[in-house]
Design a protein around this ligand. Structure first.
Ligand SMILES: [Zn+2]
Length: 340
């Protein structure tokens, strides 16, 4: 028998609370709907209702005409249930007029109804300037965009880098071995295109240089497995927030440390999920709301370990589920959420 086959059934008998619905209506700040311009939103709404998702933030809004189409679909059908973030088209970056055009486009996208900017991980990994050089996350030629976001009072949700083990040797010591062996294209050489630490440092320098801009670091800034480090970073960067898309298994394996982190940074954490698989939200609700013990995660390649609930109190749950997002992301209808 090999590691992938071994799937023992737990003999532990403890109370179980398998939640299919969040205790409060929530705002998922990290969702991707690539087809919002034409899709039937009623199907989406039905799935959201089942989960108690009040508002979905679609980070894949694109830009220009395509974004306009998505916003039109939302406005005509469910104007209060979806928020759409714009994206930047990096083509031509480095050409003399690129930055002015990009800033103008962003202004237009926001005028058309976008309520935030999403930066994908291609910045840092694969975006190149017109001379063929990699564009670092803190490239000063991008500052005008971050400044514009501050002026427009919209947040920037940014995903930089990937889990550190993707850069490490793929051997019996690598905690993401199963993920890398089932997704071989995620494996990187130790300096491809640069080491993990360098990308993260670029991101942090950019955060610090743009103090007036609100940034949401996706996936707990890839430090969900080192909350002491993340705690230090958040203390130094008051303009930075985090969301836990795709990393709930990291929190569920350290319920005491995670709970005290949520207590300390209760105003800085947002609910995010990333991939749209409605059944998987149950794991998120269970980790956040219950005190269940030794329960499984939904993907073995993210977590071959079992998890424990944080049992967050209602005051903190409400902040994470909706209050923080209502404060940071503009134009969400507050009337859908409990006031107290
Ligand atoms: Zn994402």
């Amino acid at each position: 028998m090999d590691f992938e086959t071994y799937e023992p059934v737990s003999t532990l008998i403890v109370p179980e609370h398998k939640l299919t619905k969040a205790k409060y209506p929530f705002i998922d700040v990290h969702n991707h709907q690539g087809n919002m311009a034409t899709q039937n939103l009623s199907t989406l709404i039905q799935e959201m209702e089942k989960l108690n998702m009040g508002v979905m933030v679609n980070l894949s809004g694109q830009t220009g005409e395509r974004l306009k189409q998505s916003l039109k679909n939302v406005k005509e059908n469910y104007p209060k249930r979806f928020i759409v973030f714009a994206n930047i088209d990096f083509k031509g970056f480095g050409e003399p007029d690129w930055i002015n055009k990009a800033v103008q486009q962003l202004e237009e996208d926001v005028r058309n109804g976008a309520n935030g900017l999403k930066i994908f991980k291609n910045l840092g990994f694969s975006v190149k300037d017109n001379s063929g050089n990699r564009v670092p996350v803190d490239d000063p030629r991008l500052n005008a965009i971050w400044e514009k976001c501050a002026e427009l009072k919209i947040p920037v949700l940014i995903h930089t880098a990937d889990p550190k083990p993707f850069w490490d040797p793929m051997d019996d010591k690598n905690e993401r071995w199963l993920e890398l062996s089932t997704h071989p294209n995620r494996k990187r050489g130790s300096d491809n295109p640069v080491p993990f630490e360098q990308l993260i440092e670029e991101q942090h320098r950019m955060f610090k240089k743009n103090r007036n801009t609100s940034f949401i670091a996706a996936h707990f800034g890839w430090y969900p497995n080192d909350l002491a480090r993340l705690s230090e970073l958040l203390s130094k960067m008051p303009n930075v927030y985090v969301e836990f898309g795709a990393v709930i298994a990291e929190l569920g394996r350290q319920p005491r440390a995670a709970k005290s982190f949520f207590e300390k940074f209760q105003d800085r954490i947002l609910f995010g999920k990333d991939s749209w698989v409605p059944a998987e939200y149950a794991t998120y609700f269970r980790v956040l709301e219950t005190e269940d013990e030794y329960f499984p995660y939904h993907k073995k390649y993210h977590a071959f370990w079992r998890m424990y609930g944080l049992g967050l109190d209602d005051r903190i749950l409400k902040k994470v589920y909706y209050k923080n997002a209502l404060r940071i992301i503009p134009n969400i209808d507050k009337s859908m959420f409990p006031i107290d």
